[in-house]
Design a binder for this molecule. Sequence first.
Ligand code: SF4
Length: 202
Amino acid sequence: MGGCNLSCSWCDSAFTWDTSRFDLAREVGYWKIEEIAETARSANTPLIVISGGEPLQQQTSPAWPQFLELLGGYEIGLETNGTFPPTELTLNRVSWVTVSPKLSHSGDPAWTRINRDALIAWGRCAQQFDIDFSFAVRDLSDIESALQIAKLHELPIDRIWIVPEATTAALSISRLAEVSEAAVQAGFNVSARLSALTNIQN
Ligand code: SF4
C-alpha cells in the first residue's frame, strides 16, 4: 500500500512514498479495492501479505473492512512499523503480523518512529494473536536499543527477531555475524532476512 508516516533513510520500499525520487502515480496509483482483490486472486496463492509503505494508515478508511472482507478465504499476513495500534477487526481478520519498530539509524526522529501507546498495545495483543516483532540492526549498540524499547513497552522478548539492516548481501552477512551472539544472549531470535537477500545486490 502506498504512503508511509515515516521516511527511513534506507527504506527498500521508498517507491511507495518518496515523491522526491519516484513518480508515485506510476509506482502506486489508485486502485479500487475490487481490483486489488482480483489481482490477488489471479496470483493463485493461499497467502496474501499486506505491506507498504505503512498499510495501517488505511485502517481507519471505510474501505479497510470492505477490503479485508473481499480477501475472505485467504490467509492474510500484515507488515507494519508499529506506530498505529491495531483495531479489533484487523486483529481478527489477519492471520499474523510482523511489527517492525525503527531504531535511530533510520533517520526518523524518535517521536515519529516510536508511538508508546501503539507499541504497548501490540505487545499486549501478542499474548493472544500471532504477532512477531523485528528490529533491523547495524551494530551492537542497536541490540541495546532494541532491548530498551522492548522493556519499556513490555514486548515479549521471545517474539522479537533481530535482522541485519543492509542493502548488500555481504553487508547483511557481516552485520549478522557481529550482532548474533549478543542478540541471542539478550533472548532475541535472529534471522538472516532471507527474503531481503533475494532482492538486494550481491
Ligand atoms: S516504515 Fe517501512 S515503509 Fe516506511 S519508510 Fe520505514 S522502512 Fe520504509
